[in-house]
Design a protein. Structure first.
Length: 469
């Protein structure tokens, strides 16, 4: 009870102010994602509202912001084009069900297999992507567009030196919007991106036949959405854990993402997940508790329904300035030092992770490729087995498993006759391939008339050896 009270009311003022900042930042992002998917802006705005509110109660990471996201929108593009919105909604619901089941079975345990080099690649690619997504709002703009974005950046940098009670981005947005309205300067505004809904989302059941044919259509999309959504959410959770030096319940977060997507689908929203850019804005603005996440969702709806006429006048260059600052703080600048000091293989993994993410515009694909590369480099590093011999005794040093069996076998090619002893005191049999290699070697040598004696197996190696003999 104490923990719950602390998560909700232990940081009230800062959580509410941070939530307000995030609520403002969610609007242009949601509108952009709706444009990517080719749907009414309400589909993304409603998703951002329901995802934030539901995860504030059932999520496992206080302060994390879940919303409609670009990665999820990209997965849904072809489904929307081929079958329409109703299939997008039912796919969102099925995504939630799959995520909830994966959460029950402890999918979050897989996070421990993501090495630091991949995490650095993830963060750096994210910082670059956040920066690049803002450029269309600047490139080709007027001098005033660049001026407003630049001044916003300066304000966000300088304000915390004098005012810490109110988040700098919130002050910058209010000040720069007021200047734009008073001066009448011609700038692209939030209203230029799309129309705002004027009603709260209502419960609805997707109007499609519930049969096997529908399942065949949506299941591939829902599986992809589940993996992408959980991967991004769990990675974001880990980033916030590191930023705040506080733990989180990643199993609960996985289940919470599922519950939120189920509710979102029934209330006319697209599939969503953790939005790392806005999550970082929340943390940087002082948000730490569940109240900040809840406030971001509620304030988002308050803005578009009650203050819609005001929100549409917020200049896009101002919001771009906020997001550019987020991109600068997201990028891990110490990575350049890491590249000099770390082994080449880890540096290569980080660079390739960044490159894949930027090329595919998909964080999940880049992370998966990075993890696979790390695993391959690791296997290559530990598969160095050596065999030394003296007076008919062959001593094996190093782990023996599928990647090192070939070199192990070649070490005995020159043995023609006599009697030998193979000593595994400084080795370990790790898998069936290792046992198979030892048995095959023994058979080949005995066919040549060589007597082979195996010794030095530790208890686990001996147990595995006996299991296959």
């Amino acid at each position: 009870m104490h923990t719950l009270k602390q998560q909700w009311f232990g940081n009230v003022r800062a959580d509410i102010l941070a939530g307000i900042v995030v609520g403002l930042a969610l609007i242009p992002e949601a509108l952009a994602f709706a444009f990517i998917l080719g749907v009414d802006p309400r589909v993304a705005l409603y998703a951002s509202f329901t995802m934030a509110v539901i995860t504030s109660f059932v999520g496992g990471r206080p302060g994390l912001i879940s919303s409609a996201t670009g990665a999820m929108a990209l997965v849904l593009v072809s489904l929307m084009a081929a079958h329409g919105l109703q299939y997008v909604l039912i796919a969102t619901i099925l995504t939630g069900v799959i995520q909830f089941i994966l959460g029950i079975f402890g999918v979050a345990n897989l996070m421990r297999f993501i090495p630091n080099s991949v995490m650095l690649g993830f963060l750096n690619a994210l910082g670059i992507m956040i920066f690049m997504t803002q450029m269309p709002y600047l490139i080709g703009g007027s001098v005033m567009t660049y001026l407003f974005a630049g001044v916003t950046l300066i304000l966000i940098y300088l304000i915390p030196r004098f005012i810490k009670v109110i988040p700098a981005p919130l002050i910058a947005i209010v000040v720069m919007t007021s200047i734009a309205l008073i001066s009448g300067v011609n700038l692209q505004t939030v209203g230029d991106l799309g129309t705002m809904p004027n009603t709260l989302p209502t419960f609805l059941f997707p109007d499609i036949p519930l049969n096997l044919e529908t399942l065949k259509i949506i299941l591939p999309y829902s599986l992809a959405l589940s993996i992408v959504g959980l991967l991004e959410s769990l990675l974001t959770t880990q980033v916030l854990d590191d930023m705040t030096d506080t733990p989180s319940n990643k199993h609960r977060e996985s289940r919470g993402q599922g519950i939120a997507n189920i509710v979102t689908g029934f209330f006319g929203g697209m599939a969503g997940c953790a939005l790392i850019g806005q999550s970082i804005i929340n943390i940087k603005s002082g948000g730490r508790g569940r109240l900040s996440t809840f406030t971001s969702g509620v304030f988002l709806m308050f803005l578009i329904i009650v203050l819609g006429d005001v929100v549409i006048n917020i200049p896009m260059p101002v919001l771009v300035g906020v997001m550019v600052m987020v991109s600068f703080t997201t990028f891990n600048w110490s990575s350049f030092k890491f590249m000099v000091q770390a082994p080449r293989s880890e540096t290569l993994v980080m660079v390739i992770t960044v490159a894949i993410i930027l090329y595919t515009q998909n964080l999940a694909i880049g992370v998966v490729v990075g993890v696979i590369l790390s695993a391959l480099f690791f296997v290559g590093k530990i598969s160095r087995v050596t065999v030394t011999h003296e007076n008919g005794e062959y001593r094996v040093k190093g782990p023996l498993f599928f990647a090192s069996t070939t070199k192990f076998m070649k070490s005995f090619e020159d043995v023609k006759e006599g009697k030998i002893t193979i000593d595994f005191e400084n080795s370990q049999l790790w898998d069936e391939s290792a046992v198979g290699a030892v048995l095959k070697l023994k058979q080949q040598l005995e066919e040549k008339g060589v007597k082979v004696h195996i010794q030095g197996l530790n208890s686990s190696s001996e147990q595995l050896y006996k299991q296959f003999t």
